[in-house]
Design a protein around this ligand. Sequence first.
Ligand code: G3P
Ligand code: CA
Length: 228
Amino acid sequence: MFSGTKMLGHRGAKGEKPENTIGGITYALNLGLKAIEIDIHLSSDNRLVVIHDDTLDRTTNGTGKVKEATSTDIRALDAGDGEKVPYLEEVLDLLNQYSFTLFIEVKAVGCEKLLTEMINEREIHHKIVVKSFNHRIVKKVKEIAPKIRTACLIYGLPVNAVNIIEASRADGISISVSTVDQALVELCHHHNYSVTVWNVNKVEDLDTFVQMGVDYIGTDFPSIVTLE
Ligand code: G3P
Ligand code: CA
C-alpha cells in the first residue's frame, strides 16, 4: 500500500510554526513534505476544529474546553502568530492545491459520521489516513467508510501488532520511535500494513528508521530534511 519512507509534518510543523495551523501546514508543504498530521476536536456547535488539546489554553489566547466553545468563539482566538484555529474543511481544501497525504488524528468521540461525510463528499479518501488512540473510533470509521485508510495509534510495544490492527480493521499502525523495532515493521509489512513512527527531530537520527523501512517518519521540524 505504501512504498518508501516519507516525512510527516507533526501537527503541521510543531517545532517551527504554531502547531495545527494553516500557516504551519503550508510551511511544511512548501518545504516539500508529502504528508501532514493534524488533530481534530468537536466544538459545541458540532464543527470539526484542528487543535491538539481538549482545552484552548495552551495553544490559543482563549481558555476552557474546546467542546464547550462555539466554532465562532474558537475562530476569534489567536492560535499563534495571528493564525486562527482551522476548521477541518480548510485543511481538506489544501489537498486541492498540494499533493500530500493527510493523517487526521481523531481526538473527539462521536464525530465519525461527520468526518467520513466530509471526506467522501470531496472524494478525497485516497489522500487521507484517519487514526486514533481510540481504536473503537478507528473501527467505526472503517465500518462507515471502508475506502478510507485508517491506522491505530499505540503506546508501548505490543506482543502482536497485527492483532491490534485486525481487531480495528485498520490499514496500519502508528507507534513511537522509542518503542518501534525491526520485528514490528517486518510483521506489519508482511501483512501489508503501514508503519508510521513519531517523532524524529534530529537529522542524524533519521537513518535508523529509514533502514528499518518504516513508511512515514513524523517530525516537529520539517526543515531538517525532506525525503522523496
Ligand atoms: O502522530 C502521533 C502523535 O501525533 C500522537 O501524539 O500527542 O502528538 O497527538 P500527539
Ligand atoms: Ca497527533
